[in-house]
Ligand binder design. Structure first.
Ligand SMILES: Cc1ncc(COP(=O)(O)O)c(C=O)c1O
Length: 474
C-alpha cells in the first residue's frame, strides 16, 4: 500500500493521544472495518512520515505499537505487514463464535424453502439451452421487479431494470455510468459506507450534508450544497436511512427533487431497506413516482438482500430504458451477468413481498425493543434514537467521543462492531455507534452485555483524557 493511499484512508486521524498512539489506533480501526486488508505491506516508515508530515520516529513507534498489539508483523528486510489478531470469543457465546455487529442484515425469510420446489428446478433446467449470460437479467425476474414497483406506485417496464450482483454492484454501476472522474457527488452524512466507497471508486469527489436521528435531513444545507456544487449525482436513502433509521417526509422528497432538478443532478435513490417498516404508520411514494412532476431524474437501487436473503446476492437498478441499456453495456469489466438460479428464486418470492415485510416487521420490532431496553438499563449515558420506525440499525449516541476506542476494546472481547467514523467521510461520529437491531436477539443481548462491561473503563479513560486536555487550556 502506498503512503498517499494510506494517508487518504486515515482521514482526520489525530486525537488528544500522542501522535504514534493515535496513528496506530486509526490503522487498527481501518483493519477492523475492512478498509485496510490483513496481509498487506504498510508504506515504508520514511514515506509515510513524509506523507503525514511526521517524524520517522513517530511512524516507527506507531508501527511498533501495531506489532505489539498483534495488528502487524515484520520480517527482516520486507517491511511491516498488517494482520488481524485472533479475537477472543465473547464469554458465554455458544460454540465460542464471535458476535458480529458489523453487518445490519437478517437471515433468510421463512418463505425461502417454499420457493425451492420441483417447479423451480424444472424452470432452471429449461434455461440450460441458453448461454446463461444475460447482461440485463432474466425476463421473469425483471417482470417481477417491474410489478413490485407498480405495486408501490411507480409504474415500470421490465426494460427499465438491470439485475445486478447485490445492490452494491448496482450502486457502483450507476455511479460509473453517471460520474466522470473529478465530478462532485453528494451523499448524506452519516451514510452507508460502501456507497461512499463506490462513488469514490467511480471517480467522484464527495460532498455531504447532515442527516440526524433527531431532525432528519438538513434541507437548507442540502439545497445550498446542490446550488453551490451542482453534483453529478446525489446518493440518498429516503426510506430508513442507514445508519440513522430516518425516512423522508413528503416535503423532504419534494425538496430534494426540486434541488436536484435545478442543479442538473441525477438522484440515486437506494431502496435496499425501503420495505423494512416497523411502525411508521404511513406509506410514502418512491422518489421516482414524484420525479416527473419536479423535472428530476431518479435512478432507483433495489435489493433482495434485506427482505429475502443476502446470500442470494440479487440486486437491481431501475433507470430510463436508454440508461439501463448503457449501464448493462458497460458492466463487462465488473460481473457480465448474474447467476440464473438465484434470479429465478427471487422472481418467485418477490410477488409475496407484503407477507415477507410482515415477517421482517416482527423481527425488527423484537430487535429494536431488545436493544432499547438493554441500553436504557445497562448504558444510561447513551441515547437510543427517540424515533426509530424502520430500518436495520439504531444509531446510538454515546455521549462521549469514544466510539473507536470502544470498537477496539470490543474486538478484543470477540464483538466485531463498526465504530461511528466508518459512517462518515472525515473521521466524524466518534460519539455514535451503529447497533444492528437486525441481529439475532440472543447475539444482540450478548453483544450489548459485552459493551456494557467495557463501557466504564472506556468512558473513564476518555474522561481522564478530556480533563487533562481541558486542564492544559484553562
Ligand atoms: C443501504 C444499503 N444499500 C445497499 C446495500 C448492499 O446490499 P446488497 O449488495 O446485499 O444488496 C446495503 C447493505 O448493507 C445497504 O445497507
Amino acid at each position: 500500500m502506498g503512503a498517499r493511499a494510506l494517508r487518504d484512508l486515515l482521514g482526520d486521524w489525530r486525537s488528544d493521544a500522542p501522535a504514534y498512539e493515535a496513528l496506530s489506533d486509526r490503522v487498527r480501526l481501518l483493519l477492523l472495518d475492512g478498509r485496510v486488508s490483513s496481509g498487506i505491506r504498510l508504506p515504508a516508515e520514511r514515506e509515510l512520515a513524509d506523507a503525514l508530515a511526521l517524524s520517522r520516529t513517530t511512524v516507527a513507534a506507531a508501527y511498533r505499537r501495531l506489532r505489539e498489539t498483534g495488528y502487524a508483523s515484520s520480517v527482516q528486510g520486507s517491511g511491516t505487514t498488517t494482520r488481524l489478531p485472533n479475537a477472543r470469543p465473547a464469554a458465554g457465546v455458544p460454540g465460542g463464535t464471535l458476535i458480529g455487529f458489523t453487518h445490519a442484515s437478517l437471515p433468510a425469510t421463512r418463505m425461502l424453502p417454499s420457493a425451492l420446489d420441483d417447479e423451480l428446478l424444472a424452470d432452471y433446467r429449461s434455461h440450460f439451452g441458453t448461454l446463461g449470460y444475460d447482461g440485463i437479467g432474466q425476463l421473469e425476474l425483471r417482470e417481477a421487479i417491474a410489478d413490485w414497483y407498480g405495486r408501490r406506485g411507480l409504474p415500470t417496464d421490465p426494460e427499465q431494470i438491470v439485475v445486478t450482483t447485490g445492490s452494491q454492484s448496482a450502486i457502483f454501476l450507476a455511479a460509473k455510468a453517471l460520474v466522470n472522474r473529478g465530478d462532485r457527488a453528494w451523499a448524506e452524512s452519516p451514510s452507508y459506507p460502501n456507497a461512499y466507497d463506490a462513488l469514490r471508486d467511480a471517480g467522484a469527489r464527495l460532498i455531504t450534508t447532515p442527516v440526524t436521528v433527531e431532525d432528519g435531513w438538513d434541507l437548507p444545507a442540502l439545497e445550498a450544497a446542490f446550488q453551490r456544487s451542482a453534483p453529478a449525482v446525489a446518493y440518498t436513502m429516503p426510506d430508513f436511512q442507514n445508519p440513522t433509521g430516518r425516512s423522508m417526509s413528503m416535503r423532504d422528497r419534494e425538496r430534494i427533487l426540486e434541488a436536484a432538478a435545478a442543479a442538473g443532478t441525477v438522484v440515486i435513490a437506494d431502496e435496499a431497506t425501503a420495505e423494512l417498516d416497523i411502525d411508521r404508520g404511513v406509506v410514502l411514494p418512491p422518489l421516482g413516482a414524484l420525479a416527473e412532476a419536479h423535472g428530476a431524474e431518479v435512478v432507483h437501487i433495489g435489493s433482495a438482500s434485506k427482505q429475502i436473503w443476502g446470500g442470494l446476492r440479487i440486486g437491481w437498478l431501475r433507470a430510463t430504458p436508454q440508461l439501463a441499456r448503457r449501464i448493462a453495456a458497460q458492466r463487462g469489466s465488473t460481473d457480465l451477468a448474474v447467476p440464473v438460479f438465484e434470479q429465478l428464486v427471487v422472481a418467485r418470492l418477490l410477488p409475496h413481498s407484503a407477507e415477507i415485510a410482515e415477517e421482517r416487521r416482527e423481527q425488527l420490532r423484537v430487535g429494536r425493543e431488545t436493544a432499547r431496553t438493554m441500553i436504557s438499563e445497562l448504558l444510561p449515558d447513551w441515547t437510543f434514537p427517540p424515533r426509530l420506525d424502520g430500518g436495520l440499525a439504531a444509531w446510538v449516541n454515546l455521549g462521549a467521543p469514544v466510539s473507536s476506542q470502544l470498537a477496539l476494546a470490543a474486538h478484543a472481547r470477540g464483538l466485531l462492531v463498526a465504530a461511528g467514523p466508518r459512517f462518515g467521510i472525515d473521521g466524524a461520529f466518534e460519539r455514535n455507534l451503529r447497533i444492528p437491531i437486525a441481529a439475532d436477539p440472543q447475539a444482540l443481548r450478548q453483544g450489548i452485555e459485552v459493551i456494557a462491561e467495557l463501557w466504564p473503563s472506556v468512558h473513564r479513560l476518555a474522561r481522564a483524557e478530556f480533563e487533562s486536555y481541558a486542564g492544559t487550556v484553562a
